[in-house]
Design a protein around this ligand. Structure first.
Ligand SMILES: [Zn+2]
Length: 230
């Protein structure tokens, strides 16, 4: 290790992206995830990691949105932890490896509104999509734009309210041709799938053939098996 790198590591020791505890040698294989989180993340299965929504061929997520995952995504979105996108992308790739039917020509993302982008300074879904595009060596293309500012979907619990909130809020970017394409649409979290569905509708109306979606996490919990009666 170079002297400067060593100084930087001493001054800013790396932390696990999920539990935020310091990572020590031997507790990290370069993915910024400690051994404990590696073994205890709330991972989905091939079956319960799928979310069904209109206009989407298939939507998958490697993790459930709870506990350390929720806190990690919060730092990723609001505390400038954009570098989380690379370790997140590796988790997503593992998940996609379990769904070989998902095949795509291009990657795009669910964009923020201009107002939210200005306030935040970056678009976390774009960061995630960029990391995935690098990992898969598949072209990334900003196909969508948000045409108006909307309430954060997380403030709305009801599915019909969520749908109404983002109805007509997305449009194709000017002058793009996506006819016949199979597209992977990326976002950080899926809850009811309303936002992904709205974006997928716009892409299909624009001529795309098939829309797959991937998010790092999905809301909800895995079914806990009841303890057998004695
Ligand atoms: Zn950890």
């Amino acid at each position: 290790m170079k002297f400067l790198d060593k100084l930087i590591e001493l001054a800013f020791p790396p932390k696990c992206i999920f539990c935020h505890k310091l990572l020590w040698r031997g507790d990290d294989d370069g993915d910024f995830i400690c051994n404990s989180c590696e073994n205890n993340l709330p991972r989905t299965t091939t079956a319960n990691g799928v979310t069904t929504a209109d206009f989407i061929a298939k939507c998958v997520s490697p993790l459930f949105y709870r506990d350390n995952v929720r806190e990690s995504i919060h730092r990723f979105k609001f505390y400038r932890c954009q570098f989380y996108s690379t370790p997140y992308a590796h988790l997503i790739r593992e998940c996609l490896d379990n769904h070989p039917d998902i095949k795509f020509d291009y990657i795009t993302w669910v964009p923020l509104s201009k107002k939210r982008y200005r306030n935040r300074g970056y678009d976390q879904a774009q960061c995630l999509a960029e990391a995935l595009a690098r990992l898969f060596d598949i072209p990334l293309w900003g196909m969508l734009k948000k045409t108006r500012h909307t309430k954060a979907q997380s403030t709305l619990k009801d599915k019909s309210q969520r749908r109404a909130n983002i109805a007509g809020a997305y449009a194709l970017s000017h002058g793009i041709d996506i006819k016949g394409m199979s597209i992977l649409l990326v976002d950080d979290v899926v809850t009811t799938g309303s936002t992904l569905s709205e974006c997928a509708k716009v892409l299909l109306l624009g001529g795309a053939e098939r829309i797959y979606c991937v998010t790092l996490a999905k809301a909800g919990t895995s079914k806990v098996k009841a303890k057998p009666k004695k």
